[in-house]
Design a binder for this molecule. Structure first.
Ligand SMILES: C[S@@+](CC[C@H](N)C(=O)[O-])C[C@H]1O[C@@H](n2cnc3c(N)ncnc32)[C@H](O)[C@@H]1O
Length: 302
């Protein structure tokens, strides 16, 4: 049985929860419950009338549900945050926390297929209800779509040759496991940079399987709708693609382009950034390797 300590060591715990500026009787949402590290800290700061709703699309996270009557765990994708909160009678909230990406638990269970350390079937779904998995991306995607996935989500300059190699290899047999995928691509995995490139390839496939960029955009837009004025948004991201979306939306109220300015060059934005970008210190990174790429941004709805 997995204990919460083994499940996940919460990253940037205090600054992320501090960012929510918790009011004891407020309503808060932790959209990435995982092992519940951040949720436990929120509950610790809430009064008896406060409420915490948490989301996790992974069935495994349900085992960590917290026995607290102020707490509700929703086993759904946070792209539906508005709909499921409404189902629970909640239309607006005082703060939303997101600690994006994959949990240590998901990385550590070999058969989930997230880790470059193990051989596993090509899966990488965060929710077992998801139809798309890594097998389908690798074996069924057209070459140009594979290229897009590797280029956009893995930031791999040799995306075209990786895509071509996969398409040629799978003409003979389907690529079923992560070891088979590594074997097919071994020419492009020189020893010195092998782990880095593999991490980029896995990241790319994982983002596609879980539609992470679209999900994040839908979530950010809905968060803005449901946050009360003065409500807080505290988001930890783990790669530049995620962080760019969060940063731009906080700055401009949009994901791309520039907002329209009035005659004086001013434009109205929905969020006010609170403080600067926060990253873990060396001590935290030493203790928890997963923290090394974390970036925390906090904003307040205007
Ligand atoms: C980095 S972990 C969060 C760890 C958590 N903060 C803790 O202290 O244990 C991310 C979690 O969010 C979940 N998750 C990621 N994307 C999700 C989504 N779109 N909807 C719901 N849950 C998601 C994952 O299943 C994973 O358990």
């Amino acid at each position: 049985m997995t204990t919460i300590m083994e499940y996940h060591n919460p990253v940037l715990l205090h600054p992320t929860v501090d960012g929510l500026n918790i009011k004891p009787d407020g309503i808060y949402v932790d959209v990435t419950f995982g092992g519940g590290g951040h949720s436990k800290e929120i509950l610790r700061r809430l009064g008896s009338n406060g409420k915490l709703f948490a989301f996790d699309q992974d069935e495994d996270a349900l085992a960590n549900a917290l026995p607290d009557e102020r707490f509700t765990l929703i086993n759904e994708n946070f792209r539906f945050i508005k709909r499921f909160l409404r189902f629970h009678g909640v239309k607006s909230v005082d703060g939303i926390l997101a600690d994006l990406g994959v949990s240590s638990h998901q990385f550590d269970v070999p058969e989930r297929g997230f880790s470059t350390r193990f051989d596993a079937e090509l899966d990488m779904r965060m929710s077992q209800k998801n139809d798309l998995n890594a097998y389908r991306v690798v074996n069924e995607y057209e070459e140009q779509d594979l290229r897009r996935v590797f280029f956009d989500y893995g930031e791999l300059k040799n995306a075209p040759v990786l895509a071509r190699t996969i398409v040629e290899a799978r003409r003979d047999y389907p690529i079923k496991t992560t070891d088979e995928l590594k074997e097919v691509l071994k020419k492009y995995l020189p020893e010195k940079v092998r782990n880095k490139i593999l991490a980029q390839i896995y990241q790319a496939i994982r983002i596609e399987v879980n539609q992470e960029m679209d999900v994040l955009k839908e979530f950010i837009e809905q968060s803005l709708e449901i946050l009360k004025p003065g409500g807080r948004f505290s988001v930890i991201s783990y790669h530049s693609l995620e962080d760019r979306l969060v940063k731009r939306f906080i700055k401009n109220g949009m994901f791309e382009g520039e907002p329209e300015r009035d005659f004086y060059g001013n434009f109205s934005v929905p969020f006010k950034a609170i403080g600067k970008l926060i990253v873990p210190d060396d001590a935290e990174i030493k203790e928890n390797n997963r923290a090394r790429s974390a970036k925390l941004r906090v904003a307040e709805k205007i």
